[in-house]
Design a protein. Structure first.
Length: 217
């Protein structure tokens, strides 16, 4: 069972998320919070698999809460899924820099929310499909570093190639077919690349690739 914490300043929104997620059958809502500070405390107490985090809350913003939750965790849990009505603004970029594992617009289809929670619980970061390229392009343009740096130099040619494919939005299976290798080989190279780059998941690896010039808009 995937455990989740719902964070939103509107009770009706939290209630709607609870119904959608618990109807899925494999997701349990173990707690709710209406402010950023409450979310940080609840995440530490409940240790959910996924935190569904609102960005704009009058009692404490979700970006600060995300940063504190990510800084306090000792492993991949909890993953933080940022939910917002806004797309291309500093809230999104701030959430990515704070270490959010996923980003989804609130007007996404119900099944997209369920799928997002499942993906993050499995260790896969994500962005809203309709915004992936736009968000990463803008993020890269605002935060781009002048050179790839020593971490990129540490990548083997195959690892670099796989990171570049990943930045194009390709799945492990699609990368494996493109390179004519086994999917397990792709996973192995990707894990090695992430360790060298210091990234936690696929999303952060893609963000890194755009920031450091391995992927271009």
């Amino acid at each position: 069972m995937i455990t989740t914490l719902l964070v939103d300043d509107q009770a009706v929104v939290r209630a709607g998320y609870r119904v959608l997620l618990e109807d899925a059958g494999d997701i349990e809502v173990v707690g709710e919070a209406s402010t950023g500070p409450d979310a940080v405390r609840a995440a530490a107490r409940l240790r959910p698999d996924v935190v569904c985090m609102d960005v704009r809350m009058p009692g404490g913003d979700g970006i600060t809460a995300t940063r504190e939750i990510v800084a306090a965790r000792s492993g991949p849990r909890p993953a933080v899924l940022v939910l917002t009505t806004f797309d291309l603004d500093d809230y999104v970029f701030g959430a990515l820099e704070a270490g959010a594992d996923g980003f989804l617009l609130k007007d996404a289809e119900p099944e997209d929310l369920v799928d997002a929670v499942r993906r993050l619980a499995d260790g896969h970061g994500l962005l809203d499909h309709s915004l992936t390229r736009r968000v990463l392009t803008e993020f890269a343009n605002r935060r781009r570093t002048p050179t790839p740096g020593p971490a990129a130099a540490a990548l083997t040619p195959r690892e670099r190639e796989i990171v570049e494919f990943l930045a194009l939005g390709m799945s492990n299976d699609e990368i494996a077919r493109a390179l004519t290798v086994e999917t397990s080989t792709v996973k192995s190279h990707l894990s090695s690349a992430m360790a060298k780059l210091g990234t936690r998941d696929r999303l952060q690896t893609v963000v890194w690739a755009y920031q450091h010039g391995l992927a271009t808009p």
